[in-house]
Design a protein around this ligand. Structure first.
Ligand code: CA
Length: 228
C-alpha cells in the first residue's frame, strides 16, 4: 500500500519514529510541526490521510481537524488523531470533531500502521493496493494489471488511475472537477474536458472485451461506473 500521509506532530522524536515506520510500510510521508505548516501543505496538494497530533503549538490539532472538516475540499479527508490524552471524553471529542480514528500515545508503530491501513480501506480505497473487481473486470494495483477473464486490458497511466478510482467508488456519479481532483491531483490546472478525453480512451480500451458499457455518462453531472 502506498499512500501519501501528512504527519502533523511537533515532537521530533515521535515525528521521526512515525516517519520511519510509515516509510517502511511503503507510504510517502510529509511532515509538519504545526497546523499552520500543515494547512499550507494541504493547500498545495491533498494527502490521502492526515495523522494529527492533538497538542500542537499554535492552533490545536482539534481546531485544525474542525477546520479541515469545514471546507468542502478537505471535508472527507481521512484524519487519525494522535494524542497523549487517554481520557474517554477526549476520545469522544476527537471523534465528534470528525476524526476517523484515534490513537493514544504511547502507541506501537505496528498498531499505528494497521490503523492507518484500516482507515484507508474504509475512506480511500483507491490509495490501497487491494485488487478490485467489478462487472467481470479485475484491477490489481500491486501488479498494475487489469484483466477481463483471461484477457489482459492495457491502459495508459491516467486511464489506469481513472478506472481504479471509479472501480473503488462504484455506482456514484463523479463530476469532472471531482475526477480531476482525485485522479489528476487537485491544484493541477487541467481543463475539465480533459476528463472526457480520458474517459473516451478508457472506453475504447475496454471495448475489445465488451466492458466499455460499464462506464456510464450521466448527462449534466459526470460519469459513473456500474455493473448493473
Ligand atoms: Ca504534541
Amino acid at each position: 500500500m502506498s499512500a501519501t500521509i501528512l504527519v502533523v506532530e511537533d515532537e521530533p522524536a515521535i515525528q521521526a519514529l512515525i516517519e520511519v515506520n510509515l516509510r517502511r510500510a511503503g507510504h510517502v510521508v510529509h511532515l509538519a510541526a504545526d497546523a499552520e505548516t500543515a494547512r499550507r501543505l494541504v493547500h498545495e496538494a491533498l494527502p490521502d490521510l492526515v495523522l494529527l497530533d492533538w497538542m500542537l503549538p499554535g492552533m490545536s490539532g482539534g481546531d485544525f481537524a474542525r477546520l479541515l472538516r469545514s471546507e468542502a475540499r478537505t471535508r472527507s479527508l481521512p484524519i487519525i488523531m494522535l494524542t497523549a490524552r487517554a481520557e474517554e471524553r477526549d476520545k469522544v471529542k476527537g471523534l465528534e470533531l470528525g476524526a476517523d480514528d484515534y490513537v493514544t500515545k504511547p502507541f506501537s508503530p505496528r498498531e499505528l500502521v494497521a490503523r492507518i491501513k484500516a482507515v484507508l480501506r474504509r475512506q480511500a480505497p483507491q490509495a490501497t493496493e487491494d485488487a478490485v473487481e467489478l462487472g467481470g473486470l479485475r484491477l490489481d494495483p500491486a501488479t498494475h494489471r487489469i484483466t477481463a477473464g483471461a484477457v489482459e486490458v492495457n491502459l495508459g497511466p491516467t486511464e489506469f488511475r481513472l478506472l481504479h478510482f471509479m472501480m473503488t467508488h462504484p455506482e456514484r456519479v463523479h463530476g469532472r472537477s471531482q475526477l480531476l481532483d482525485q485522479v489528476w491531483g487537485d491544484h493541477v490546472f487541467v481543463e475539465e474536458r480533459t476528463v472526457d478525453v480520458h474517459i473516451r480512451r478508457l472506453r475504447a480500451a475496454l471495448e475489445a472485451t465488451g466492458h466499455d458499457g460499464l462506464i456510464q455518462t450521466v448527462r449534466g453531472s459526470g460519469y459513473r461506473i456500474s455493473a448493473t
